[in-house]
Design a protein around this ligand. Structure first.
Ligand code: GDD
Ligand code: GTP
Length: 427
């Protein structure tokens, strides 16, 4: 059998997702009408042999309760559980800590998905490669432009056999443009021993402190949970730094290169391309959820059934409208997310933007960002020589007065914008 783990991190992460993560944990933020994590879960449910899913993180116990209830309702044959780390244990530390739960029922292998990526999650293809190669690990990879590769884990592979020869997490200089998508399939009998030996290596390595101290003899060796020079907890074990390069050296480790879409969801602005990619996928699959194309609906567009959209408003492409949103006459919205209870008054224009929960955009106002090329894995643009936010984001309960223009700004919650603003963070 096969299981799946979704790594969600915790409240100390996702800081780049502010201001949208101020009120809601990032994995629950909705893109294309569904929480980010639900897109991962949906992909898992398409693999028939997966009956058990673990959400692993260090958020409060209550955070995923409603989400898990929904999953159990829609997929009663799949067990979904939240496993909470008492503190951040790292991407491999969490797996190891909960190994008993993962190993119960003796699964041969399990998937691990980073919750903060947006892709088509070709899990079945990964399984096929795993079986074909009799692999111990399969990683999902994608090609990115050379200049962005070092922001990710980089994979050097044998083009013919697809074997991973070399893995370096966020290398300092270019080694490959095939990068780690944050989706893995591991053989249980290979990964846990690997994590265990990484932990042992670490424990065996005495950690000399560089400064002299009064009780030098006692304090020469840092206890396990002290911070090391990188400010990292030494009992944190990360797949990327501590495990994957070892697997590449010694194991049956293969890469499945996806040609389909892939994006990371880190900054708040990256929700806009993620929304677009998932909407386009839903459109290709002719999803019933999407709004029907018409003279005023340029697909793909998602409109929540409880939203009210004036028939003269023109929406799309790549627009998601949340629950109870109201959109007035003559409004134009494209490449944007409008969150729950927001109100867009008549003739306003929203482009490349996210409108926060219960915010209000006045009549004839314009809230706009700048498009970024789809191939680019960045959500900032350079304007007049300065790096600015490409997507304009209004936090929760913001107000944009009538006829005001907001360009390339991030606006923290509860702000009222009465004047035109550009290229600013409004605090
Ligand atoms: N449970 C748990 N515990 N989850 C964690 C922890 C932890 O201590 N730390 C991080 N995570 C989760 C995050 O929520 C995220 O889903 C995933 O693990 C990886 O997060 P990071 O550790 O921040 O790594 P990254 O996103 O910068 O880079 C990783 O993903 C890239 C693809 O998006 C690496 O795997 C890269 O190699 C990869 O290219
Ligand atoms: P392309 O689709 O790129 O050809 O652009 P377009 O100029 O045909 O306009 P599109 O329908 O894509 O809408 C985007 C444009 O709508 C914006 O650039 C605005 O100039 C314009 N717009 C601005 N304010 C409003 C408004 O209040 N209502 C409507 N309907 N449109 C507006």
């Amino acid at each position: 059998t096969t299981k799946a783990v979704i790594l969600v991190g915790g409240p100390s992460r996702g800081t780049r997702f502010r201001p949208l993560s101020l009120d809601l944990p990032k994995p629950l933020f909705e893109v294309a009408g569904h929480p980010i994590i639900e897109h991962c879960f949906a992909a898992i449910t398409r693999v028939p042999e997966i009956r058990e899913v673990f959400i692993v993180g260090y958020y409060d116990e209550s955070v995923f309760r409603d989400f898990i209830k929904d999953c159990s309702r829609t997929h009663p044959n799949i067990s979904v559980k939240y496993l909470r780390e008492y503190q951040a244990l790292g991407t491999a530390g969490g797996l190891y800590h909960f190994r008993d739960a993962i190993l119960k029922g003796r699964p041969d292998r399990f998937f691990v998905l980073n919750a903060d990526v947006c892709c088509s999650f070709p899990l079945e293809q990964m399984l096929r490669l795993f079986e074909e190669k009799d692999a111990e690990a399969v990683i999902l990879g994608t090609r990115v432009p050379n200049d962005s590769a070092t922001n990710f884990g980089c994979i050097v592979s044998d083009a013919h056999s697809k074997r991973v020869l070399h893995y370096v997490e966020k290398p300092e200089s270019h080694i490959s443009n095939l990068i780690n998508c944050g989706v893995y399939l591991f053989a249980t009998e290979a990964i846990f021993p690997s994590i265990k030996s990484a932990m042992k290596r670490r424990a065996d390595r005495p950690r000399l402190v560089s400064y002299p101290s009064s009780d030098a003899l006692d304090s020469q060796y840092l206890p396990q949970d002290e911070e090391d020079e990188d400010g990292e907890k030494t009992n944190v074990i990360r797949l990327e730094q501590d495990i994957l390069s070892d697997l590449a050296d010694s194991r049956q480790f293969y890469v499945l290169e996806t040609k389909d879409f892939w994006r990371q969801i880190k900054t708040a602005g990256s929700a806009v391309p993620a929304n677009a990619l998932y909407l386009m996928k839903a459109f290709q699959l002719q999803s019933e959820e999407l709004a029907k194309p018409s003279a005023t609906i340029l697909p793909p567009v998602f409109i929540h059934p409880t939203a009210h959209v004036d028939p003269t408003a023109k929406l799309g492409p790549n627009v998601s409208i949340g629950p109870r949103v109201t959109i007035g006459a003559g409004v134009r919205i494209k490449e944007a997310i409008v969150l729950e209870d927001a109100e867009i008054r008549h003739d306003a224009c929203i482009l490349y933007a996210i409108i926060g929960w219960s915010s209000r955009v006045g009549a004839w106002a314009r809230v706009e960002g700048t498009p970024t090329p789809v191939r680019e894995h960045s959500t900032s643009v350079v304007k007049n020589g300065v790096k600015v936010q490409s997507i304009t984001i209004l936090g929760k309960e913001c107000i944009v007065a009538d006829e005001v223009r907001v360009q390339n700004c991030v606006c923290l919650p509860y702000k009222e914008l009465k004047r035109d603003v550009a290229n600013e963070v409004i605090m």
